[in-house]
Design a protein. Structure first.
Length: 217
């Protein structure tokens, strides 16, 4: 009888210890505060500050603009999480990162879901139905800002390429022959030179025809 009770007691002790350990571990991790994945949300803070302003109160146009900026920041965070989550999951499986960073990302994802719902509710409080289009509008504004930034950097990139490859875009004119050279390539003569050449051809043709007329006489 004693030989049967010993293995049973051993199994009960092992599984009981594992149960107690997992219970306290889950309790500890559930109450643990992780470092935020995104350090702050200045656009949300700015909107809340304007919303709480009472002397004088902020205008609706200013509040709507601040809310759109808040939505734009949320869209950028959603895109950031979509890009980082698969990479972090892969690194976590390989053991390259700890669970703290992964749990921080999951907490940021849940917080962002609540943030999006709050922005939708705030948008509907201004105009009914605006909550359904505020995020697509914010996404389009982000794309337009990226395009404008790229366009504004065109001259700067052009100057960097010219300085890197020693290319001169300014046109120079040959003083001897009147030929124009652009980036080291000789260009065809201008209209003045071509007109002068055509006038010379016409003069030579006229002189030849007059000589033929004299011979016939």
């Amino acid at each position: 009888m004693a030989s049967v009770l010993v293995p049973v007691a051993y199994v009960i002790i092992i599984f009981g210890g594992l149960f107690v350990f997992s219970y306290f571990y889950r309790k500890k991790t559930s109450t643990k505060v992780y470092e935020p994945y995104f350090p702050s949300h200045p656009e949300r803070n700015a909107y809340i500050t304007l919303l709480q302003k009472s002397d004088p109160p902020a205008s609706d146009a200013l509040l709507k603009s601040a809310l759109v900026r808040r939505a734009m920041a949320d869209v950028q965070r959603v895109l950031r999480i979509r890009e980082d989550k698969p990479a972090l999951q892969n690194l976590l499986q390989k053991g390259s990162i700890g669970e703290e960073l992964w749990n921080s990302l999951l907490a940021a994802e849940k917080e962002l879901e609540a943030e999006i719902m709050e922005v939708v509710a705030e948008a509907n409080s201004f105009v009914e139905g605006w909550g359904g289009v505020i995020f697509p509008t914010a996404n389009e504004m982000i794309a337009n800002e990226k395009m404008r930034a790229s366009f504004e950097r065109t001259d700067e990139c052009k100057a960097e390429i010219e300085a890197k490859y020693d290319v001169k875009s300014k046109s120079t004119t040959d003083s001897a022959g009147g030929n124009k050279t652009i980036n080291g390539l000789l260009q065809p003569p201008t209209n003045g030179a071509s007109s002068a050449a055509s006038s010379d051809n016409e003069g030579s043709t006229t002189s030849r025809s007059s000589k033929k007329a004299k011979k016939r006489k």
